[in-house]
Design a protein around this ligand. Structure first.
Ligand SMILES: Nc1ncnc2c1ncn2[C@@H]1O[C@H](COP(=O)(O)OP(=O)(O)O)[C@@H](O)[C@H]1O
Ligand SMILES: [Mg+2]
Length: 555
């Protein structure tokens, strides 16, 4: 069957020439294959012994990473079903910030298990229903076995941050980085209606190659990748009283061209004087507030810079909007649009504003803020690639700390929760009728991909590990998992490998959603590629005929 039918012998074309279509089992198989290929690709980077990937983009830039999301982002994936796996990683990253590789691996595993059932003639709809039931049950169970912690329990939270960095390039220094992540997030966390809320965006991450990873610092304030505008200004101001301004300290240009006829040198002089007076007034307004630092989102006129310098006031211009907002949170100042209205109470405060040379660049540090609701981590490290990967790892660490502060429940890792859920689901499947039962069992088996992959990546025997894990969970050892560094099965909560409940829950949700979405597709209709318009007389002159590509005549 095709989308073209014959009406009285004349074929009716529904699709444009060059479109292609695949249906039913064929479409399903192709989609599942594509998604599984993606999962296979990221699989080897799961866990502390996972490998890194070297990715080269079309400009020849090299990225080295083991971060699931980054790998998929850089891969430039074309296949529509494979792209859905990229979405899984994105959702996981946006929602909880960690567990991206696991989500993709579980999703791929769910699909390969589903394919076994499809081969046995179980209809995809039944599989999808079964998976949904299994996922609900899994979420319920994770919630039940989760360990409650205090949102301010630094020691426990630090352990989770360390787990999230165990598989990264910075693993060697994870103790150091975990400390920074915990301090930073707890600093910006706020209590609202009895619950803590933290926004990782309030932790600004700046990076500069040079020195070493352990020279990375947490600054109680904001670091700007900008220099002080005028060489006549001091490079260091203590007890900084800061004016935050988001308009230009310049004379506004009119929107249309205005012509001024000047007929005598006196007129010219008067005109320039007028301008100067206006600019001087701006500076006077700022001086009157008592500010000794001006941080401006827009430009600052040369003359204003000069006047400010003469008053000993420091200024930085063209600061990003997001940074100005962070500065307001860090210093407690108010962002002013109109300097006319500005007064002393609008100023922010910092112990020190100083320009420092970091690597080859000058940066401005606004630090020693009293109760900053925004802070900065300045990452240092041998090369650009190292600071980039350190930034990604730190992102995961900041996110997991945020996750726990907001939902203070954790699970031990190393495949323990997956195995426990798997065991319970197998038990639960017995209560279900007929074919759904098969789907729930397959779901349970799919989760075993986590400990299997962790073991495989560490060079351990996955079959031995899995059978022992199953047996230990059967005996009621909820936290039995595979400790990758010793290669032994042990109580993972004793091993100190902890992860946020939120991450594990999101893995189940995103993996199930993606797998179900892919299983539900039984028809792929792809439009033909857009062609460049024909150039008359040129080699592409017959471009209009190019539509007769493979498959073009099928429908
Ligand atoms: N010491 C360890 N022993 C066993 N498993 C560990 C250990 N440290 C971390 N893990 C496991 O590694 C997995 C996370 O690996 P990771 O590479 O960060 O992938 P993801 O992108 O999914 O977060 C989790 O399942 C976690 O429990
Ligand atoms: Mg991780």
């Amino acid at each position: 069957m095709s989308l073209s039918e014959s009406a009285g012998g004349v074929p009716v074309l529904v699709l444009r020439e060059g479109s292609s279509r695949s249906r039913g089992g064929e479409a399903q198989h192709a989609n599942i294959m594509a998604a599984r290929v993606v999962a296979e690709t990221v699989k080897s980077s799961l866990g502390p012994k996972g490998m890194d990937k070297m990715l080269v983009d079309s400009f020849g830039d090299v990225t080295i990473t083991s971060d699931g999301r980054k790998i998929l982002d850089e891969m430039d994936i074309q296949h529509p079903a494979a792209k859905m796996m990229v979405e899984v990683a994105k959702t996981q990253d946006n929602e909880v910030g960690d567990g991206t590789t696991t989500a993709v691996v579980v999703s791929g595993s769910l699909l390969s298990k589903a394919e076994e059932l499809i081969e046995k003639k179980v209809h995809p709809t039944i599989i999808i229903d079964g998976y949904k039931k299994a996922a609900d049950k899994a979420l319920e169970l994770l919630e039940k076995i989760a360990i409650k912690v205090s949102p301010l329990d630094k020691e426990k939270i630090k352990m989770v941050a360390m787990t999230s960095m165990a598989s990264k390039l910075v693993a060697e220094h994870r103790d150091y980085f975990a400390d920074l992540a915990v301090k930073a997030v707890l600093q910006v966390a706020e209590k609202r209606d009895g619950e803590y809320k933290a926004d990782v965006d309030d932790v600004k991450v700046e990076k500069k190659p040079g020195e070493s990873l352990t020279d990375t610092k947490l600054i109680n304030g904001i670091v700007l990748d900008k220099e002080i505008v005028h060489s006549g200004m001091p490079k260091r101001v203590e007890n900084a009283k800061i004016a935050l301004i988001n308009t230009a300290l310049e004379i506004e240009k009119t929107e249309f061209d205005a012509k001024i006829n000047i007929e005598s040198p006196e007129q010219m002089d008067a005109f320039l004087k007028q301008e100067e007076t206006m600019l001087r007034e701006m500076v006077d307004k700022i001086v009157a507030t008592g500010a000794n630092v001006v941080l401006c989102q827009k430009g600052i006129d040369d003359m204003v810079q000069h006047f400010l310098a003469r008053k000993g006031i420091v200024a930085v211009r063209r600061i990003k909007k997001s940074d100005v907002e962070k500065l307001a949170k860090a210093t407690g100042g108010k962002i002013m649009t109109n300097i006319e209205d500005m007064s002393r109470t609008d100023l922010g405060y910092a112990n020190l504003v100083e320009e420092r040379k970091i690597g080859d660049d000058k940066m401005t540090f606004v630090e020693g803020c009293k109760h900053p609701h925004a802070v900065t981590i300045l990452i240092r490290g041998g090369t650009e690639r190292i600071v980039d990967e350190a930034e990604r790892s730190l992102h995961d660490a900041l996110c997991v700390v945020r996750d726990i502060v907001e939902e203070p429940k954790i699970l031990a890792g190393g495949g323990a929760p997956e195995l426990e859920v798997s065991r319970t689901l197998k038990e639960y499947s017995g209560t279900l009728p007929g074919r759904e039962q098969l789907a729930v069992v397959r779901f349970a088996e799919a989760l075993e991909a986590v400990p299997i992959t962790l073991a495989e990546n560490a060079g351990l025997d996955p079959i031995d590990i899995l059978s022992e894990l199953r047996a230990r969970h059967e005996k009621g050892e909820v936290w039995a998992g595979v400790e990758i560094h010793t290669g032994k099965i042990q109580n993972m909560s004793k091993a100190g490998v902890f992860e946020p409940l939120a991450v594990k829950k999101q893995i189940i949700k995103s993996a199930t959603e993606a797998a179900s979405m892919i299983l539900k597709i039984d028809d792929v209709i792809a439009a033909g590629k857009m062609k460049a318009p024909p150039t008359p007389g040129g080699p592409g002159g017959m471009g209009g005929m190019g539509g007769m590509g493979p498959g073009a005549g099928e429908y």
